[in-house]
Design a protein around this ligand. Structure first.
Ligand SMILES: [Cu+2]
Length: 153
């Protein structure tokens, strides 16, 4: 195999890796926005139970308790708020970490308190998929380059 062919193969592989790593994905380019949610806490559940935002969004949650004192702690963000019965308490943060995070009650509110759990879904985990595809691509490139070298010898 000619040397130019090896260089061409290596260039094509490098270009492919660059595209996988840096090309914008459709739907991932949503601009950060202010997102406001009203979450009702009552009898060991949150309504709505799941909150979906995009990475970079400025999130405000108004926690309204309709029975006893409840709290809301956001796993992974380490922010929390406590709402007295009939009162609204607010919590704000920037959703700068993607993934699924638990919303947990931070006030012991009764027997089922440990099961008072909601979800915060932040964007799509682009990085994980890109890393997986890049790993596969690197493996393929390694095999291809090894074969090219074998042919040369
Ligand atoms: Cu609780």
């Amino acid at each position: 195999m000619k040397r130019s062919r090896v260089i061409t193969t290596a260039l094509v592989l490098a270009l492919g890796a660059g595209v996988i790593a840096f090309a914008p994905l459709p739907g991932a380019s949503a601009k950060p926005a202010n997102r406001h949610f009203r979450v009702e806490a009552s009898a060991f559940k949150y309504t709505p139970a799941t909150i979906r935002v995009n990475a970079g969004d400025h999130v405000t949650i108004d926690l309204v308790s309709t029975d006893v004192v409840h709290g809301l702690y956001v796993d992974g963000y380490d922010v929390s708020v406590t709402a007295d019965p009939g009162r609204t308490a607010s919590l704000s943060f920037v959703a700068n970490r993607t993934g699924m995070f638990r919303l947990r009650c931070s006030v012991t509110c009764g027997a089922m308190h440990p099961f008072m759990i909601g979800k915060l879904h932040v964007g799509r985990n682009d990085l994980l998929w890109r890393a997986l595809v890049l790993t596969l691509f690197a493996g393929l490139a390694g095999i291809l380059l090894a074969r090219v070298r074998e042919v040369r010898q």
